[in-house]
Unconditional design. Structure first.
Length: 401
């Protein structure tokens, strides 16, 4: 049977035009996001950035601007690896949640049950330059206290980048608490580091191995690591600080490495701020959380554990403006109290990092927001940086009807 060729070709052309008309706006829709971040590159505020927007099942936008290394001029790529600093905390906390699901520990268990060095703790009642008055703690600190930053633990002075988690636990246990457990909120990165030690004691395997086996591998987070490999170091976003006098970016060290190299596998896996990752890997983690603990049809975390970890846990205790704490996650309760949060729904959760990286999930809208930069000493706070405000505003503009 003979078919007229010209009408068929016309129909095909019309179909291609239709598909192009449908796909082009989707591509152009988020054009304002990299443009907003490029402005900060052009003004010398950051070297570069990676931006991602996702929903429960797919990445809606992924872009990169600027350079990852000012010395070489290497162009920033969407797969570049960033030190995510305190964005490590939710990932570490989920490892605790996995052991809760296993029935091996409970959120309200006392820390001393697993780490006996924390028995019989003391609390600073009064402190002056000349003396400290100590009183007994009214109760033991719990895992929930560590997860919500209400334990009273402070930070430690690390003198050796090769301390083990056990070494750090012992050093931390020797220091008195800053306040009675549960009576105040005070951020403690060391307290989240301590959770890594609890995980390895309870699981019977090194903390890094537990996270790899139970979380990173199942989620396909192939570029999330405590220790950068030589290959990964070639696509690492370098860290910078703005010189106040010259107004130029200068490379700076990651102080949380305590003098160790990013490639040094002898450093301990510090759950409070030690991870490196990519925007795409973090999207996989938060998509799992949006799916109530499932990923690609595989159960990672129980849905009620997800709900418990991402709800407000700190009652009337003051934390950050409009942002109380869940279990390892910061929760947005009143978006109006921080400008960068105003496009988020109440109940959104996530965490920021010291050098400006940001990851936030809005379960009401089913959206994930990830912005990756490496800039120390950002004015205001990293959570409310000018870069994050611009990113959130550009995303909101793109999503508008």
């Amino acid at each position: 049977m003979n078919f007229p060729i010209r009408p068929i070709l016309a129909a095909v052309a019309a179909f291609v035009c239709f598909v192009g008309a449908r796909s082009a706006p989707i591509q152009d829709k988020f054009a304002g996001v990299p443009q907003a971040l490029q402005a900060f590159v052009d003004h010398g505020e950051i070297s570069g950035a990676v931006a991602l927007v996702a929903d429960r099942d797919r990445v809606l936008h992924l872009s990169a601007v600027g350079v990852s290394d000012l010395d070489t001029g290497r162009t920033m790529e969407t797969g570049d690896i960033f030190w995510i600093a305190s964005m490590s905390k939710p990932i570490t906390s989920v490892c605790v949640g996995l052991l809760v699901d296993d029935g091996k520990l409970g959120f309200d268990d006392p820390v001393e049950k697993y780490l006996p060095e924390f028995r019989n703790q003391w609390v600073v009642q009064e402190a002056t330059p000349d003396r400290r008055v100590l009183v007994k703690a009214t109760r033991p600190i719990t895992l929930r206290d560590l997860l919500t930053h209400t334990s009273g633990l402070g930070e430690y002075q690390v003198t050796d980048p090769h301390w083990t988690l056990a070494n750090m636990s012992m050093a931390l246990a020797r220091e008195p608490l800053r306040f009675q457990p549960g009576s105040r909120w005070a951020y403690s990165t060391a307290g989240i580091d301590l959770l890594g030690r609890v995980v390895e004691v309870v699981s019977g395997m090194p903390f890094a191995d537990f996270m790899q086996k139970r979380l990173l591998d199942p989620l396909g987070m192939r570029d999330t690591t405590w220790w950068i490999s030589p290959e990964q170091d070639q696509r690492r976003a370098h860290t910078y600080v703005l010189n106040a006098q010259s107004r130029r970016l200068e490379e700076t060290t990651i102080h949380y490495m305590y003098g160790g190299a990013v490639t040094d596998r002898a450093r301990p896996p510090l759950g409070g701020a030690g991870l490196f990752s990519t925007a795409a890997d973090l999207a996989k983690f938060y998509q799992m959380m949006l799916h109530g603990g499932e990923s690609a049809g595989r159960r990672i975390l129980r849905s009620d554990t997800v709900a418990e970890m991402t709800r407000k846990q700190t009652g009337d205790l003051k934390a950050r403006p409009g942002m109380p704490w869940g279990l390892g996650f910061c929760v947005v309760e009143d978006p109006e109290q921080m400008e960068a949060n105003r496009t988020l729904s109440p109940g959104s959760f996530g965490h920021g990092g010291a050098f400006g990286t940001q990851s936030w999930t809005d379960p009401t809208r089913g959206l994930i927001y990830i912005m990756m930069i490496e800039r120390d000493k950002i004015p205001n706070t990293p959570d409310d940086s000018a870069m994050r405000r611009a990113y959130q505003k550009a995303v909101e503009t793109a999503l508008a009807p």
